[in-house]
Design a protein around this ligand. Structure first.
Ligand code: ZN
Length: 516
C-alpha cells in the first residue's frame, strides 16, 4: 500500500510538473481548451463541404464560399473582406446523368468535366467508338469521319481496377510482376499509337470535335478502388465526361466485341460569361507591431469531382478554426495575424501570387507564413524552406507545442525553398519565410487528391484538431517573438543537370484572366 502510494504520489508530482512546464502559458493552455472543448470543425466542415460544395474557380459556389467565410469571420468579431485579384470564365455545373441504353440499360458512374459546354436537358444519345490502331497521320485522317455522331472513348482500357497494394497482398509475386509489365507495355503502346496520328493525348481532342464527334468519354483512373481524378475539359462545343474505370472498361470491351453500345448523356451546365475572382482575407490587428504579419494560409478553391474535402477543405478548416480560437484567447496580438483563403490555387497559385504582387508592403514585413494543403492528416513534417536561421525561430516556437502533437513532427533545417505545389511557394519566391505544415497522407494521392471521392467522410477530425492547435500556437509564438525573423537564405547546391548553382525561385506572374 505504502509503496503504491508513493509511486502514485511520484507520478502525480511528475505529471503535474510536466503539464505545468509545458502549459504554464495561459494562452497556450486556452488554445487547447477551446480547440478540444468548443470545436467548430464539424459544423464548419458541414456548411462548407455539404451545403456549399466544391469550389471550382469561376463558379457561383466559389463565390458563395467567399461570402460564407467573410460572414463567419464577422460573426467571430474578426474583420474580413473579399479582395478581387482577377477574373475567370464563369461556369456552373448542372445535372450530369449518364446511362447505357443499348444493348441493355445501366446507369453509369460518371460526371461532366469542368468548364465545358453542356447538353440540353433532353441530352444526347449515341453509339460509342474507340480509337483504332493508327498507322500514320494520313490513315488517321481517313479514319476520322467515323467519329461523326458518336461518343469517342479516349482513355486506355486499364487492365485492372484493383490498386497495386491489393495485388501485392493477394497475387502470386509472378502474377503481380506479369500484370505490371503488361500494363507498362500497353501504356507505352497506347501513347505511341496516338502519337502516330500526328496528335498527342491533348491535341487529339479538338481534332475529334472538329470531325463531328458528339462527345468525349474519358476515364482518368486514380489507382484506387472506384476513384477517378476529375479535371477540366478540352472541348469547345461538345460535352466531355469522365466515366469511372469499372463502367468505362465495360463499355470499352463491349465496343471491342462489336456490341455497339449506346449511351445517353445529360450534362447540363451553364456558361456564365466573365466573373470576378477573389481571395478572402481576414485579420486580427497587431497592437505593438501592427505592420508586421503572421499569415495563416490555405487555398480555398478546389476541383469539383468531389467536394474538395481534403484539398483543401481541411486546410481551410484548420486556418478558420485557428483564427476563431486566437481571436477568443489572444484578441490583442503583438503582430497582426492575417489569414489568406486563396482563390485559384489549382490553376497555378493564382490567388496567392496575386496577393504577393499586390501587397509588397505586407510581404516585406512578414514574420512567418504557415500554409497547409495536403490533406486531412496530422502534420508530420516541417521544412525550413531554405531560410538559414529558421532552425532557431521555428524550433523555439515548436517547443511551445504540446508533446503529444510535437512528437509526430520531423523537422528539416535549413531545408530548401518550395518551387510550387502550394501557396507557401508564392511567398518563398518573394523571400518571405513561408512554411508548409506538411501532413500524413491517409492515401491522399490515390484516393482523395483531385478525385470524385474527396468528400466529408474522409476527414479525420482528430488530426485536423491537432493541426488547429499546432497552427494557433505557432501563430501565437511567431506573433510574440521578441525579434523579427531572419530572411537569410541558404546557398543552394549545384544543379546536377546544368552544372550551375541553383538560384532562389522568382515570383510567378499570376494568371489574372483565366479560362477565356
Ligand atoms: Zn490543394
Amino acid at each position: 500500500m505504502k509503496k503504491l502510494f508513493f509511486f502514485t504520489l511520484f507520478l502525480f508530482l511528475f505529471s503535474t510538473f510536466s503539464v505545468f512546464s509545458q502549459e504554464k502559458n495561459p494562452v497556450i493552455e486556452n488554445i487547447q481548451k477551446e480547440a478540444y472543448e468548443n470545436s467548430q470543425l464539424e459544423i464548419l466542415g458541414h456548411e462548407l463541404l455539404d451545403d456549399i460544395g466544391p469550389r471550382l474557380v469561376g463558379t457561383p459556389q466559389m463565390q458563395q464560399a467567399h461570402d460564407w467565410a467573410v460572414a463567419k469571420y464577422k460573426s467571430w468579431g474578426i474583420s474580413a473582406e473579399n479582395q478581387q485579384w482577377g477574373e475567370w470564365k464563369g461556369w456552373e455545373r448542372g445535372i450530369t446523368h449518364i446511362d447505357m441504353v443499348y444493348p441493355r440499360i445501366q446507369t453509369l458512374d460518371g460526371t461532366q468535366l469542368a468548364w465545358n459546354p453542356g447538353t440540353s436537358s433532353k441530352g444526347v444519345t449515341a453509339e460509342l467508338i474507340v480509337l483504332p490502331e493508327i498507322k500514320d497521320s494520313i490513315s488517321f485522317k481517313k479514319w476520322l469521319p467515323n467519329v461523326k455522331g458518336k461518343f469517342v472513348m479516349i482513355a486506355m482500357k486499364q487492365p485492372t481496377g484493383r490498386p497495386d497494394d491489393n495485388w501485392k497482398e493477394f497475387a502470386t509475386p509472378e502474377s503481380f510482376e506479369k500484370m505490371k509489365t503488361e500494363r507498362e507495355e500497353q501504356t507505352k503502346a497506347w501513347d505511341e499509337n496516338i502519337k502516330r496520328s500526328g496528335y498527342d493525348r491533348r491535341s487529339i481532342i479538338p481534332a475529334l470535335e472538329e470531325a463531328g464527334a458528339v462527345g468525349i468519354v474519358d476515364s482518368y483512373w486514380s489507382k484506387g478502388f472506384g476513384v477517378n481524378k476529375i479535371f477540366g475539359a478540352r472541348t469547345k462545343k461538345i460535352p466531355s465526361v469522365d466515366i469511372e474505370l469499372e463502367d468505362y472498361t465495360m463499355l470499352y470491351r463491349m465496343v471491342e466485341h462489336g456490341d455497339k453500345p449506346k449511351i445517353h448523356v445529360v450534362a447540363e451546365s451553364k456558361d456564365l460569361g466573365r466573373v470576378p475572382t477573389f481571395n478572402t482575407i481576414a485579420e486580427i490587428k497587431g497592437t505593438e507591431k501592427p505592420d508586421e504579419y503572421v499569415i495563416l494560409s490555405a487555398h480555398f478553391d478546389s476541383w469539383d469531382g468531389g467536394t474538395g474535402a481534403t484539398d483543401n477543405g481541411t486546410g481551410t478548416l484548420v486556418m478558420m478554426e485557428a483564427m476563431r480560437i486566437l481571436k477568443k484567447v489572444y484578441p490583442n496580438p503583438k503582430r497582426t495575424i492575417l489569414v489568406g483563403h486563396w482563390g485559384s490555387e489549382e490553376q497555378g497559385l493564382n490567388g496567392s501570387s496575386s496577393f504577393v504582387a499586390d501587397h509588397p508592403e505586407i510581404v516585406a514585413n512578414i514574420q512567418a507564413v504557415f500554409n497547409q494543403d495536403n490533406g486531412t492528416g496530422r502534420v508530420t513534417s516541417i521544412n525550413g524552406a531554405g531560410f538559414l536561421q529558421s532552425y532557431d525561430y521555428m524550433s523555439r516556437w515548436l517547443r511551445a507545442v504540446p508533446d503529444t502533437i510535437r512528437k509526430n513532427i520531423e523537422t528539416t533545417f535549413p531545408g530548401w525553398p518550395a518551387r510550387g505545389g502550394s501557396d507557401n511557394a508564392s511567398f518563398v519566391a518573394a523571400g518571405a519565410p513561408a512554411f508548409s505544415l506538411s501532413s500524413l497522407s491517409w492515401n491522399y494521392w490515390n484516393y482523395t487528391w483531385h478525385t470524385n471521392r474527396d468528400t466529408y467522410d474522409k476527414i479525420v477530425f482528430d488530426d485536423v484538431q491537432s493541426n488547429v492547435i499546432l497552427t494557433a500556437i505557432l501563430a501565437y509564438m511567431a506573433s510574440e517573438d521578441d525579434s523579427k525573423t531572419s530572411r537569410e537564405q541558404v546557398i543552394l547546391p549545384i544543379d546536377d543537370k546544368t552544372g550551375e548553382r541553383q538560384t532562389w525561385p522568382t515570383p510567378r506572374v499570376p494568371e489574372r484572366k483565366g479560362g477565356m
